[in-house]
Write a protein that binds this ligand. Sequence first.
Ligand code: TXA
Ligand code: MG
Length: 349
Amino acid sequence: MGKKTVLRRVDILDPSPDIIQEAAKIVQARGLVAFPTETVYGLGANALDETAVAAIFKAKQRPAADPIIAHIAEVESLSLVTPVPAETIEALTSAFWPGPLTLVLPRLVNVPANLSAGLDTVAVRMPAHPVAQALIRAAGVPIAAPSANLFSRPSATTADHVLADLDGRIDMILDAGPTAIGIESTVLDLITDIPTILRPGGTSLEALRQILPAIQVKQTWHKETEVGQSPGMMLKHYSPNAQVLVFSGDQEQVHTKIRQAIQTKTSNERLGLLLPEAELESLYSNHIEVVSLGSTAEDAATRLFAGLRQLDALDVDVILTRLPAYDSPLTPALQDRILRAAEGKIVSD
Ligand code: TXA
Ligand code: MG
């Protein structure tokens, strides 16, 4: 799109003030800066400026109906985006901010409507990443930031992923290495009578229930049979170019089905496996690409989006994976991301 995208490396714990200033000036001038958070890279712009927010939608090719999160660096900045007094949500913010929790609250009138896709609410989050914090403070405004990927592509967990999707479309990328958590924040709606998780993420339901016992979870993806009835835009998300097949069941059932798929593949079809390290060993065969999700749920979270992109780069036609079944609070978020990558389809029996 004819922009020169500048890549600047910054130290994660001690980012150069000069580089942060350079990035903050771009934000103040209605430009676009991709920056690391502890979850994924964000594509940042001045959240209080309608033109700057519009530029995010354009660069990402994101539909205007998909609202964006405003990022703040201190609780006091809540008053810039919502009329809700900080005290009323203090229990949540003191337990989970800064961190991977986004809160949906009533929107203050001076927040541009396009940020929230016309809704009278606003999503707010305080990221913990020192580079994100430094940028927001230096810019002096809340920063609007969706994940820094082209719409419907896997989220970016490294500066390379951002460059692959957005080179020439944005002004700057702050590169502080791979992100620590690897999947996005939990989105918690506080407008509804019962607080509702709209997207599972880096903050677990169990942890939230310790502070807010009555939380409910909105099921935002659907099983194969339901897909036709709910062809919501929400479903196709995080999609690599390859088709993703998600197998569910116990380990033996899953492995039997994957072996069948490997045996019945046609000679020119390229297959990729995206599975925990221990499972790859028993399924490995010649002529298929393999990417490991590591050994824990935390490993899988940091490797999932990168793994989908890596298998795309290897030009596979089909990615075979399993529904994550870790005994971990991250499991619902991992399942959500894998199912969306597969456009909601699970291969069960
Ligand atoms: O971890 C994260 O949340 C990352 C980093 C960059 O902070 N951001 C992120 O943004 O994942 P994005 O745009 O990819 O996802 C934002 C999610 C979407 O599911 C969107 O529908 C929801 O938040 N959202 C934003 N504003 C909302 C609102 N006013 N009401 C309900 N949902 C909202
Ligand atoms: Mg996203």
